[in-house]
Every structure is written in structure tokens, then in C-alpha cells.
Design a binder for this molecule. Structure first.
Ligand code: NAP
Length: 240
């Protein structure tokens, strides 16, 4: 049975990705920073008959927590770096430097630290997969195009934190290009969750489905790419 770790999986898109992967026969390490929320999420899945799931405490912004989590498991095939924060909207250049640090600590340095702590386990898998959950707002190409529909949706912190994650994805995929790894950045699309006060038009089911697709992509699938699930243009390769 293949094993997957999803960070920030106690609710919303990460939780739904856990549900979909369990239905596909994966064993899920449900990552959550809060013990009670993690236990409750696991209990909810088990109550629905999805029993191959275990809570893994992991606060991606806390190196001690990430390192401890890395020592608790011995096998891993798929890593989904889903945990993310926005830093609050709207954001402009007067946002405090502390908030820049806080968001980058989770969305960028956190994801890197998780990769570094789990990569040796992934290397033992026959078909290792890494999905870095990014955002359409990370695309520098689209964000500098005044005709893009989200052009005015500028965020001084969140967008750049995911652009940095995208840049890291390219480098990581390159480093692993001669191996069985597939490493991709996946934007689940503007989705109705707590992240945006439930303003997004998309559903968590569709958002999780594109993440699951690239988490389970076959050996002839892409690596080092950026895919986006915008409501009008579902699952397309996005410019960086
Ligand atoms: P959400 O409803 O806010 O859920 C975020 C999850 O991440 C929660 O489980 C949260 O845990 C967890 N988390 C935050 N900081 C963490 C940390 N330091 N360590 C571990 N877990 C942490 O957000 P979502 O909408 O599901 O978003 C999931 C991912 O999709 C994020 O990376 C987000 O940037 C990305 N995304 C979302 C949208 C959208 O429209 N919703 C669009 C594009 C990309 P707590 O419950 O403890 O806070």
C-alpha cells in the first residue's frame, strides 16, 4: 500500500485530498499542527469507513516539529506540501516585515524543511511524488499581464511566497530529473475555504482532485511543471 503525507490536512483542501487518496487505496499520514484538530480529522475519516489513516503532528513552520515527524515514519511514497497561510488580505508593501517572515516560514521555508526531512524516505519508493501546493497568484508571467483576470489581485506577501515555492519546485525537480521522482507545483484554484473567508468559487472536491492527480501521476507523467485549476480553465499548465 502506497503511503502519502499531506501537511495541513485537518481541514479544507488538504482534508479532502486525504479523503480522495484513502478512497484510492493509499495509506494517509494526515499532517496537522494541532493535536486535537488532527485527531478529530482522523476520527471523521475513520467514521466514514476510511481507516488507513494516521495523524502525524507536524507544524511546518517549526523545525523541531518537522524533524520529530520525520523520525516517526519509516516509509513514504508521496509528499503533498499543502499547509499554507495567507498573512491576511488585502496586502500591500506596507505589510509588516514580521508578517512577511511568518508567511514565508510556512509557505516557503516550511515546505523546504518538510522536503529535506522526508526526501530520504521518498528516495526508497519506486514511484516517489512531490506536490507543492501553490497558487495562481504565484505566476509572475500572468501577474505582469494587465489582461489577466486576476491582475488586480496583488498580494505583497502571499503571492511572492508561492512564487518562491515555484522557483524551488523547478530546482528540486531538476535535481531529481534522472530519478523516478515527479515533482510539480499545483494550484488547486480559487476555492471556497476558510483561507479566503469562503469567497472562492471552486469546491474542495475539485481543488483536491487536481492535487491528487499529480500526487498519483504515472511514470510517463510530467515533472518540474506548474499546473493550475482555475474555474474557467481547469487543469492547465500555467506559465511560471
Ligand atoms: P485553509 O482552509 O486555511 O487550510 C490550511 C491548512 O493548513 C489548515 O489545516 C491549517 O491548519 C494548515 N496550516 C497552516 N499553517 C500550518 C503550519 N505552520 N503547519 C501545519 N499546518 C499548517 O486553506 P486551503 O484553502 O485548504 O489551502 C490549502 C493550500 O492551498 C494552501 O497552501 C493554500 O495556499 C493553497 N491555495 C488555496 C486556494 C484557495 O482558494 N483556497 C487557492 C490557491 C492555493 P490549522 O487548521 O491549524 O490552521
Amino acid at each position: 500500500m502506497k503511503k502519502v503525507l499531506i501537511t495541513g490536512a485537518n481541514k479544507s483542501i488538504g482534508f479532502e485530498a486525504a479523503r480522495q487518496l484513502l478512497k484510492q487505496g493509499y495509506f494517509v499520514y494526515l499532517g496537522a499542527r494541532d493535536n486535537i484538530k488532527g485527531d478529530n480529522a482522523v476520527a471523521q475519516l475513520k467514521a466514514a469507513g476510511l481507516t488507513n489513516v494516521e495523524f502525524l503532528q507536524i507544524d511546518v513552520s517549526n523545525p523541531t516539529s518537522v524533524e520529530a515527524a520525520g523520525k516517526k515514519i519509516t516509509e513514504l511514497d508521496v509528499l503533498i506540501n499543502n499547509a499554507g497561510i495567507s498573512g491576511g488580505f488585502p496586502q500591500n508593501n506596507s505589510a509588516s516585515l514580521d508578517t512577511f517572515h511568518e508567511v514565508f516560514n510556512t509557505n516557503f521555508f516550511g515546505a523546504i524543511n518538510v522536503v529535506q526531512n522526508f526526501i530520504e524516505l521518498l528516495k526508497k519508493s519506486a514511484e516517489p511524488r512531490i506536490v507543492n501546493v501553490t497558487s495562481g497568484l504565484a505566476s509572475l508571467t500572468l501577474h505582469s499581464d494587465p489582461t489577466w483576470k486576476y491582475y488586480p489581485y496583488k498580494s505583497s506577501i502571499y503571492g511572492p511566497s508561492k512564487s518562491a515555492l515555484n522557483a524551488y519546485t523547478i530546482v528540486l525537480a531538476y535535481e531529481l530529473k534522472d530519478t523516478a521522482f515527479k515533482v510539480n507545483a499545483v494550484d488547486p484554484g480559487y476555492t471556497k475555504t476558510d483561507f479566503n473567508n469562503n469567497m472562492g468559487p471552486g469546491t474542495v472536491v475539485d481543488a483536491a482532485a487536481i492535487i491528487v492527480k499529480y500526487a498519483t501521476i504515472s511514470a510517463d507523467g510530467p515533472t518540474g511543471k506548474f499546473f493550475s485549476n482555475d474555474i474557467e480553465t481547469a487543469d492547465q499548465e500555467s506559465p511560471w
